[in-house]
Design a protein around this ligand. Structure first.
Ligand code: SAM
Length: 613
């Protein structure tokens, strides 16, 4: 074993150093982002920007400016923050003014959530999904050392993203704060330590055997000595009964005293112990996310450590508390989370903020899958996919689906029981033609059932293809390849479930000249057996499965641009099933895209080609 040269006090964990004593490199991956949804931006603004060289395509090019006036759009990114931060480095290294993170602690509560059903809002607890479970296992699989390793690699990337005058606040549980403090010393430098903030609260249980544990720690570090900081003041109540409101001259200076219902006070520089209540069950800001933090906490941090217009990021954003406060305080923001439900909750939360600025939802989509295919089957991310690698990819997906490869066919790749199986490519949606060819091959072989597995789908193929296949005597099932396929541990455990695509039915109405309106008629999750019984039993009608739906009135076959939206909130459980009428400027043909997000956070879209007169 090579000797490791330790020259300073540092935290060491298994796997920090290579066998030859060198520090293990933090994995860095840079992939292009895909914009999957744009919210609160008018098509007109976007088209103007496009003419000026902005991005209208589904791949984020980062050509926007650094201010809202220059076209900056806030960003909500769905994915693992290690890949996401690596990919942000190219455009955002040294550009983020403030990072707050609240990484998951060993409770696992981050990944489960309570979903509410229908108008009554009956609650059902949803267990974490497989990918979330996998992230949880990665974080805690080897206990504290995997937690530390997970956080260390992320902190290294965060340091590169923070601006010269920027800060980072890391929210930790008291059980690990000493370890995280050492990690931050290591990554940011001991000299850059500014505060250990104690957030003190009163809610939650207590034990008879210890002092009641009622605080979290927030570690505050900066990138340099020259950091942005706006001193915050707090009220300091005097105990002296004789003190009256007014100015007091102490000789060395004066102090002004005021009075409120709690007594006489003056303003002093805020301490590093913050008494901020946890969010109560009735609080307006509560969004039913188990680890949601109070906005008042983030308000202090953001007001103190950033200026208006500054860029604030949270790479473990959960329900989006940091982003909501940043939005309200006129900061720009980037948020990231791995969980589908976290992204959905945040999107809804943002929409509830009055005058919320335009934002976009991004992921690494097909690029992440191509990267995975390259690394897993071709031996490296940039090696070309040979026929052999492609075969291995197909065999791997088929195996996870419980099917056998069938060689020698053009469009049929496998067989599961009596059903033939076709597997879509990682980097392109399954098309109508592709399914048509597989159905024809099936019919030729006198096979009666075809299962098509896909990562992404061409618009509107459900109605068309299921019926067309039926006419050819083939029962067609369309199944979603889940993200877990790319997760080694989940795949190794056989923890992978393929769900049938849900579909929606809607009617287009034309209430007046030049208008169109969408009326939802049905939403079907084909295989309800896969839905937990406690959810199924509470669902009274098809619309109870819908949490949110939105319409893009002029879909350009790229990003979904939200034009009209309706969603349930804790207070307002009713969901309209008819949209408002949209007024077009002139007669013509348009493609309308309707998107439903169900109570599990999954989305289903359907395109409708219309002609307004
Ligand atoms: C403690 S919660 C954050 C709660 C948040 N502060 C709020 O107020 O809602 C931690 C979040 O980190 C997310 N997470 C865990 N591992 C992640 C990863 N590798 N990449 C991105 N997000 C991750 C979880 O999905 C969870 O939502």
């Amino acid at each position: 074993m090579t000797k490791i040269d330790i020259t300073k006090t540092e935290l060491v964990w298994p796997g920090k150093y290579n066998e030859d004593g060198t520090l293990k490199e933090v994995p860095r991956v840079s992939l292009p982002f895909q914009v999957i949804e744009t919210v609160n931006e008018s098509r007109a603004t976007r088209e103007v920007k496009e003419k000026e060289g902005g991005s209208l395509f589904d791949t984020y090019k980062g050509t926007e400016g650094d201010t809202f006036e220059d076209g900056w759009k806030n960003k909500l990114i769905w994915g693992d923050n290690l890949l996401v931060m690596g990919s942000l480095l190219e455009k955002f290294a040294g550009k983020i003014d403030l990072i707050y993170i609240d990484p998951p602690f060993a409770t696992g509560a981050d990944f489960s959530f309570t979903t509410e059903i229908g108008e009554s809002g009956e609650e059902v607890f949803k267990e974490q999904s497989l990918i979330e479970e996998k992230a949880y296992r990665d974080t805690w699989g080897r206990g504290m050392s995997s937690y530390i390793e997970m956080l260390y690699s992320r902190l290294v990337l965060m340091r590169e993203l923070v601006s010269r005058t920027g800060s980072i606040y890391v929210h930790v549980d008291p059980r690990v704060d000493f370890l995280v403090r050492m990690l931050l010393d290591d990554v940011f430098g001991q000299d850059q330590f500014r505060n250990q903030v104690i957030w003190s609260y009163r809610t939650g249980g207590a034990t008879q055997r210890t002092w009641s544990q009622k605080h979290d720690t927030i570690l505050f570090f900066t990138k340099s000595e020259d950091y942005a900081f706006h001193t915050q003041k707090e009220k300091s109540y005097t105990k002296s009964a004789s003190r009256k409101p007014g100015v007091v001259n102490y000789g060395a200076g004066t102090a002004e005293f005021f009075e409120d219902e709690q007594g006489v006070y003056n303003w002093v520089i805020a301490r590093d112990v913050w008494d901020i209540p946890y969010i109560n069950s009735q609080a307006e800001e509560r969004v039913q996310y188990p680890t949601q933090k109070p906005e008042a906490l983030l308000q202090r941090i953001i007001e103190a450590s950033s200026d208006e217009g500054a860029l604030v990021a949270d790479f473990f954003c959960g329900s989006g508390t940091t982003l909501a406060v940043a939005e309200k305080l006129g900061r720009r923001w980037i948020g990231c989370d791995l969980g589908r439900w976290a992204i959905h909750t945040t999107r809804k939360r943002m929409l509830g903020i009055e005058n919320c600025k335009p934002f976009e939802v991004l992921n690494l989509g097909k690029y992440e899958r191509q990267y995975w295919q390259g690394v897993t089957f071709a031996g490296a991310k940039d090696k070309p996919i040979t026929e052999r690698a492609l075969y291995e990819y197909l065999a791997f997906v088929l195996k996870l689906y419980g099917a056998q490869p069938v060689p020698g066919m053009s469009h049929i790749h496998g067989q599961k029981g009596k059903a033939m199986v076709h597997v879509g490519a990682v980097d392109a949606p399954v098309t109508i033609d592709e399914i048509g060819a597989a159905v024809d091959e099936c019919a030729k072989l006198k096979q009666k059932e075809l299962h098509v597995l896909g990562w992404e789908w061409e618009m509107g193929l459900y109605d068309l293809m299921v019926e067309a296949a039926r006419k050819k005597g083939v029962r067609l099932l369309l199944l979603q390849i889940p993200r877990e396929v790319m997760e080694q541990q989940a795949a190794a455990k056989g923890d992978v479930h393929f769900f049938e695509l849900a579909y929606l039915e809607a009617e287009t109405k034309y209430p007046k000249k030049l208008t169109a309106q969408i009326v939802l008629k049905d939403f079907v999750i084909p295989n309800t057996d896969l839905i937990p019984e406690d959810v199924r039993s509470k669902v009274k009608k098809w619309s109870d499965y819908i949490d949110y739906w939105a319409v893009d009135w002029d879909f350009q076959n790229d990003t979904f641009m939200q034009g009209w939206v309706a969603y349930r909130t804790r207070k307002e459980r009713k969901l309209p099933l008819s949209s408002d009428a949209h007024v077009y400027e002139k007669p013509g043909k348009h493609r309308i895209l309707v998107k439903i997000i169900d109570i599990f956070g999954n989305d289903t879209t359907q395109a409708f080609d219309v002609e307004v007169k």
